[in-house]
Design a protein around this ligand. Structure first.
Ligand SMILES: NC(=O)c1ccc[n+]([C@@H]2O[C@H](COP(=O)([O-])OP(=O)(O)OC[C@H]3O[C@@H](n4cnc5c(N)ncnc54)[C@H](OP(=O)(O)O)[C@@H]3O)[C@@H](O)[C@H]2O)c1
Length: 331
């Protein structure tokens, strides 16, 4: 018995020490910025990082458009922010299902009738550990939600971002896990989606491949960030990507089998809270030092060099862009 207690104490001590060491590296965003008169859009704003970001921007006096696919959840999120900050918090819930190209266009039309300019767009919404399916546009759900939706949204909003006096900022939320991507650009178009799902249903693709779809989508987001920056040049809008680290949100839940449960539980022991996870995003979206910085991928307040080799290949960026224009009907 004594031996078990000693082992348990040993494990707890190691976990506490490692947790302390890991968290000592996390940096807080401390620049004092007043966002009065600024418009911010945050997608996936009803939960996790999106909800916390809404609080952070509204706290700094921005008008925050909380883009949520489920307006009931969105209304609760607005209530939650107001409970935190008071009823004068300038937060508005607007419907956006990022996996639907029609919904993205409807959202942009609605925004344009409300506002003449946009200062900050945070492409945050994403899906991860759920089985994929085919959307109404014929696209794999992970690719539609995590990449093609944000691609279209950003492009349709560029004209409003260009009207921001301080310079519009596009901030794409990336993930370190993109380095594990295995992306073939000839297999992301709608006509290939059905083949993928059929192959998966026949059992040729393992269920965990949806993690790979997530990683691929985050790699595409990074390539999009770089290509957008290249195309925008000096048009007064910046495009950057940032990974928040490992954050204890719903995204870090996976109860499909015991192994996954154990992995996720272990990760949670060392994960950031949503408030801590927001800090690198705030840095990317607000820091004065990054006012003219574009086409970068940030980690913990500094440029992240650990990137997938495809994210460095300009020809792949261009190819992805052309496919994305076709797929979203932008061209
Ligand atoms: N948590 C981490 O460790 C971690 C690490 C690296 C990167 N990230 C990135 O951080 C971002 C935020 O993730 P999170 O951790 O906050 O996850 P989360 O708690 O699962 O939140 C995801 C949000 O996206 C929304 N969403 C999903 N599908 C949508 C759609 N079709 N249209 C509109 N909204 C949709 C969800 O809305 P519903 O409530 O309606 O589902 C929810 O509000 C993601 O881009 C993720 O890839 C997270």
């Amino acid at each position: 018995m004594d031996c078990y207690v000693s082992c348990l104490l040993g494990v707890v001590t190691i976990v506490v020490c490692v947790r302390y060491y890991v968290s000592s590296k996390w940096i807080r965003f401390t620049e004092e910025i007043d966002l009065k008169g600024k418009n911010v859009i945050i997608t996936g704003a009803n939960a996790g990082l999106g909800l916390e970001l809404s609080i952070q921007f509204a706290k700094r006096n921005a008008r925050v458009y909380m883009a949520c696919r489920n307006t009931k959840k969105g209304a609760l999120a607005v209530e939650y922010v107001r409970k935190h900050l008071g009823s004068s918090a300038d937060v508005i819930c607007v419907e956006l299902d990022q996996s639907s190209l029609v919904s993205v266009r409807r959202f942009v039309d609605d925004f344009k009738t409300r506002e003449k300019k946009l200062d900050i767009l945070i492409n945050n919404a994403a899906v991860n550990a759920i089985p994929s399916s085919i959307t109404e546009d014929g696209i794999l759900l992970h690719y539609a939600t995590n990449y093609f939706g944000p691609f279209l949204l950003t492009n349709l909003l560029l004209e409003r971002l260009e009207r921001s006096e301080a310079g519009g900022r596009v901030v794409n939320i990336g993930s370190l896990s993109h380095t594990g991507a295995r992306l073939d650009l000839d297999y992301i178009q709608p006509d290939k989606a059905r083949i993928y799902i059929q192959t998966m249903q026949k059992g040729f693709i393992k269920k965990q491949e949806d993690i790979l779809l997530y990683q691929n989508s985050k790699l595409m987001m990074l390539m999009f960030t770089f290509e957008l920056a290249r195309r925008l040049g000096k048009r007064g809008v910046t495009s950057n990507c940032v990974h928040p680290g490992i954050v204890a949100t719903r995204m870090l839940e996976d109860d499909r089998n015991l192994l996954r449960k154990v992995i996720v539980f272990s990760l949670r022991l060392f994960a950031k809270s949503a408030e801590e996870g927001c800090q690198p995003i705030l840095h990317c979206a607000l820091s004065e030092q990054l006012r003219d910085v574009t086409g970068k991928y940030f980690g913990n307040f500094e440029e992240e060099k650990n990137v997938h080799e495809m994210a460095l290949d300009e020809r792949s960026w261009e190819k992805l862009w052309e496919i994305s224009e076709d797929t979203t009907g932008l061209s």
